[in-house]
Design a protein around this ligand. Structure first.
Ligand SMILES: [Zn+2]
Length: 64
């Protein structure tokens, strides 16, 4: 039952965002903000070429 409520809520949010955008094109909906937020480019380790997740350094650094 909760899944139905969550789904209905999401649909409601999308519809509301669409209506707000239709009424006021300059209005930024949370969806727009989400779209504008681009994921940072994946960093690669300079030593081994492994993709780095987050801000942590590669595990190879410091080991040689
Ligand atoms: Zn590395």
């Amino acid at each position: 039952m909760i899944i139905k409520i969550v789904a209905a809520f999401l649909v409601f949010m999308v519809v509301m965002g669409a209506i707000q955008k239709w009424l006021n094109p300059k209005h930024k909906t949370p969806l727009d903000r989400l779209r504008a937020t681009r994921l940072p480019r994946p960093r690669k380790c300079k030593r081994c070429g492994k993709f780095l997740l987050g801000k942590d350094d590669c595990t190879c650094s410091g080991k040689g």
